[in-house]
Ligand binder design. Structure first.
Ligand code: SAH
Length: 341
């Protein structure tokens, strides 16, 4: 079996190359080719001797994502991509440009097992984790297509903290200063609230921004729509985010998909305000993107603005994240589902 090469740190490559009898300086050369030049074919690494390239082809694999479909929005610069993995599975990713900053939204799993009732990505459960190498190539493929990006949000298909080992390895590699050298603060990881993993992430020292999908201000409501809440309650989740903030000094935001009549009532304003009292937390309001299986309407601008105003009056720090690429089903999971249908 071929060994995967594009998820190896410089240290790991060093020990592999020593065993194979390659000279030590080859490590940095290969690492540069993969992570700076984003070459994903050994034959194109023309600064390596032919016999070394041949041996690399024989023993190693650069795991790739292969472009399947591109959907470009007509209303903004958003582009959505379907990528096929080597085993035929399909994931999606989004490219967005805003104020000249390029942001990509990437998938961390094929499917998802969190079961949130309003989310398209979880409808058919989890198929498998993405490997660290696949996530790395997902980013590089988006950069091959759009040039270097400024920000990564891990808010595509999947629960990143459910794929902890691979997602942390991915972050470690993509931030390595001998390679892609992306800054930790340009990465935002979004979680549905796997509390113990938030502590673990804080302790890795990877220091990425954290977004927590809260969506409801009481455990009772959260449990109804987000099965993860049956295991981890809001008080525990808030303690974990306090720990994260303390340890990393990174920005934490709470995501709140506004669903008219369900979680934007006056009682929700009260509950949110109690919950966030005295905390320096940013609330990101998101309009609901309707999916077939969840019978609620798209959130209107008026509904979300009114809710924001009520929160602001309570002294909370809330902003609205308008969805981009509305004409191309840019809300994650929808495209993959439709393609499968
Ligand atoms: N599993 C992670 C990351 C992927 S989902 C998480 O739950 O945070 C990224 C964000 O999109 C989450 O906040 C999620 O709740 C939200 N989302 C899911 N379905 C949505 C929908 N139909 N409309 C709007 N946002 C949605």
């Amino acid at each position: 079996m071929k060994q995967t090469i594009n998820d190896k740190t410089i240290k790991e490559l060093e020990s592999i190359f020593v065993d194979l009898g390659f000279q030590k300086f080859r490590v940095k050369q290969v690492f540069r080719q993969i992570h700076v030049n984003k070459i994903n074919d050994f034959n194109e690494m023309t600064d390596l001797p032919t016999d070394m390239r041949e041996q690399l082809c024989k023993d190693f694999e650069i795991q790739k994502v292969n472009l399947l479909e591109t959907y470009a929005s007509n209303i903004d610069s958003t582009k959505k991509y379907l990528f096929e993995l080597n085993d035929g599975n399909i994931i999606e990713a989004v490219f967005m440009k805003y104020d000249n900053r390029k942001t990509i939204c990437i998938s961390s799993q094929v499917g998802c097992r969190m079961g949130c009732t309003f989310c398209a990505s979880t409808k058919n459960g989890l198929v498998r984790h993405l490997s660290a190498a696949e996530i790395i190539d997902e980013v590089y493929e988006l950069e091959r297509l759009n040039g270097d990006i400024n920000n990564i949000v891990i808010m595509g298909i999947g629960e990143p903290l459910d794929n902890f080992k691979n997602i942390t390895k991915f972050i470690e590699i993509i931030t390595n200063d001998k390679g892609r050298n992306l800054s930790h603060r340009s990465i935002t990881l979004s979680t549905s609230g796997l509390t113990p993993k938030i502590y673990e992430l804080a302790d890795t020292g990877l220091d990425v921004n954290l977004a927590v999908s809260l969506h409801y201000a009481t455990d009772e409501q959260r449990r109804q729509y987000m099965p993860v809440a049956r295991k981890y309650n809001i008080v525990g989740l808030m303690k974990a985010t306090d720990y994260y903030l303390d340890k990393t000094k990174r920005r934490i935001s709470f995501e709140y998909v506004v669903i008219d009549g369900l979680n934007n009532r006056d009682i929700d304003v009260e509950n949110l305000s109690k919950l966030m009292h005295g905390k320096n937390i940013h609330i990101n309001l998101i309009p609901l993107n309707p999916i077939e299986e969840f019978k609620h309407d798209k959130t209107s601008k008026k509904v979300i603005n009114d809710f924001k105003d009520k929160l602001t009056k309570k002294g909370l720090n809330a902003t609205i994240r308008y969805s981009m690429g509305q004409d191309i089903e840019a809300s994650c999971g929808q495209l993959r589902n439709n393609y499968a249908r």
